[in-house]
Write a protein that binds this ligand. Structure first.
Ligand SMILES: Cc1cc2nc3c(=O)[nH]c(=O)nc-3n(C[C@H](O)[C@H](O)[C@H](O)COP(=O)(O)O)c2cc1C
Length: 224
């Protein structure tokens, strides 16, 4: 009952005001103008804000748009892929998944894949001549005791606990055969990582599987 009353208050008040206003249109207009004049007088006489002092009443429109700006920008100006840190597209995707709705769009990508800065890997429709050398990146310059020539595609970190001994072995064999590195992930460096001799990046974080001895010195055998 109380809820119904609460909901009815606004429309009933609005309807009553409309009736009164219609009946006394000139009276309400005069009251409104008086209000604007009073506000203008206040704006003109105050010394806190130069904009409203110079432009009484009209200067307040700026504040109105200042308040509305985030909404206008989000709903009207921003495109689907704009917006930081999350684009409209990303926000929509999260929302759809949270509601259990379909999160895929038919008819291909909405990204401008023809733009100059857009990079992608594409298969060749013609047989290509194999490059003499696979592209690699040098890690460490002449100041480094052991610089490393890294492949540009490698095996990203996957903790031992997320995989298994055999998965680690298989990944490391792949790294050995392909000439790329295998990141150990957070689970430490195990014997399985070392069995096949593929290049390894030892992830020392998160510290659960540390690499220090009892005295706090670096110890490469510590996590094994
Ligand atoms: C099963 C699994 C385990 C992972 N474990 C780790 C980890 O231990 N340490 C880490 O830094 N990243 C870990 N990651 C993150 C990956 O290294 C990588 O950053 C992530 O998968 C994104 O790269 P991608 O697009 O190549 O998959 C793990 C990912 C997966 C799928």
């Amino acid at each position: 009952m109380f809820d119904l009353l609460k909901r009815a208050i606004l429309p009933v008040t609005a309807a009553l005001l409309a009736i009164i206003a219609l009946a006394n249109a000139w009276y309400w207009l005069a009251l409104l103008l008086l209000g604007i004049v009073a506000l203008g007088f206040y704006d003109w006489s105050q010394r806190g804000w130069s904009i409203t002092r110079n432009f009484p009443v009209a200067g307040r429109i700026r504040w109105l748009f200042y308040k509305l700006r985030p909404y206008l920008h989000t709903y009207i100006v921003e495109d689907d892929l704009g917006g930081r840190p999350y684009s409209f597209e990303a926000r929509n995707l999260i929302q759809s998944r949270a509601r259990g709705e379909t999160d895929t769009h038919p008819f291909g990508t909405e990204r401008d894949v023809e733009a100059a800065e857009y990079h992608w890997v594409c298969h060749s429709i013609m047989p290509e001549k194999e490059p003499d050398q696979s592209p690699r990146v040098q890690v460490g310059n002449e100041q480094c005791a052991k610089p490393y020539s890294a492949s540009i595609l490698n095996i990203s970190a996957m903790s031992f606990g997320a995989l298994s001994a055999n998965a680690v072995r298989a990944l490391n064999i792949g790294a050995k055969q392909g000439g790329f590195y295998h990141d150990t992930g957070e689970g430490g460096l195990s014997d399985y990582h070392l069995e096949h001799g593929g290049d390894l990046v030892w992830e020392l974080g998160s510290g659960y599987f540390g690499a220090r001895d009892q005295q706090g010195r670096f110890d490469r055998n510590c996590s094994r």
